[in-house]
Structures are given as structure tokens and as C-alpha cells.
Design a protein around this ligand. Sequence first.
Ligand code: IMP
Length: 211
Amino acid sequence: MCRHVAVSTRDLARDLPKLTVRCKQRKGATMPTRPYVIDELISAKTIAARVEALAKDIHDAFDGTDKLVVVGLLRGSFVFIADLVREIDLPVEVDFIEASSYGNSTESSREVRILKDLRGAIHHRDVLVVEDIVDTGYTLKHVVGLLKARRPARLKTIALLDKPSRREVDIQADWTGFEIPDEFVVGYGIDFAQRNRNLPYIGKVRFTDDE
Ligand code: IMP
């Protein structure tokens, strides 16, 4: 039984309008309220090949660096960053930042808040920011602005996925894994209401009560 009913946060509200009512459960977890299946969009094998190619480009761009600070945007980038750093043959340090694009839990907002900042300093460092999906672009733009203000030596960005048709602000990652259409996707670290991050592939959510 639902004790609280809330309109979902921005990405779900935006991409899945009918899905926006969620039941907030006693332990704080949120659950989707409609049945769905996941259709594979990008296989694990295709992702692995692309990650390898991207790592080569990154290696070439940062060749000679004394240290590359690889900054993952939590939480969706955690699988991507884990695979990516293992393919980058450079001195690497890993750090994380967590941003929330949601002003609050009941209405859409373009406000980006930093929930967890980096542990280390990036002044005069080479930095690679790793994002899971660039959608409207607000999150990446905000994080890049914030980190550039700390005057790194070089700062570049990589996104596993890009939904160019959704863009609202002028930002483009330096490297993109795959451009995808305006679909809600999960897997390879990316969630739907905290579910499905552990899928080895990327799939799109399809609601079965529509069919
Ligand atoms: P942006 O600020 O609109 O670019 O939002 C980017 C963030 O929205 C990503 O880091 C994801 O957390 C989330 N997001 C956007 N599209 C999807 C999706 O299809 N599945 C899951 N999360 C998504």
C-alpha cells in the first residue's frame, strides 16, 4: 500500500509521462508502478568494442600527461568508468562527483545541485569528465562549468550515450559512445528508479500495459 504518492523526478517525468506516479516505500526506495520489459538496444559486445576505441582516442589526447583525473558522474557512469579506466594506459586517478538535476521530487526543474563533490583538487591537473547520458545537457554543462572554475590544465568530457534530439543547452561531449533516439534506456550502470543498473547491455524500457 502506498503511503506517499509523488510525481517523479525530472528525467522520468519528461521521458515517461505516464510513469510519473511512483509509490515511495517505507525504506525510501522508489518503484516504478507500471510493468515493463527491456528491449536490447546496444549489446555488451558492441559496448566493449566502443569503449576500447574511445580509450585509444583518450590515450592519444592525453599522451604524456603526468596524471589524468577521471571524474565519474554518479551514479550512472560507474560501470562505464570502470571499463574505461582499465583500457586507458596512462597514470590515472579516479574521483567522483554526484549531481542532481531535480529541484525537488514533485516538479521538473533545470536546476543542477551538487550532492557530492570531488575528494581531490584538480587545479593544474588533466581531467576527463565521464557522463552516462547527455540528455537536455544541463547536468554536463553545470559540472563542466564548476570544474573549469577550478582551473584544471586540460578538461575534456566523454559521454557513453547522447540523445541529441533532447538537447536544451549548448553542450557536446568531446567523445560520445553512441547517439541514441529519444528512448528511456537502462543497463550498463544506468537505472530506472534504481533498477536494472546491472544489465550488461543497454536496453530500452517498453511498457507492457500499453500493448
Ligand atoms: P541532462 O541534465 O538532462 O542531460 O540529464 C542527464 C542525466 O539524466 C543522466 O546522467 C541520467 O542520470 C538521466 N537520464 C537521462 N536520460 C536517461 C535515460 O534514458 N535513462 C536513465 N537516466 C537518464
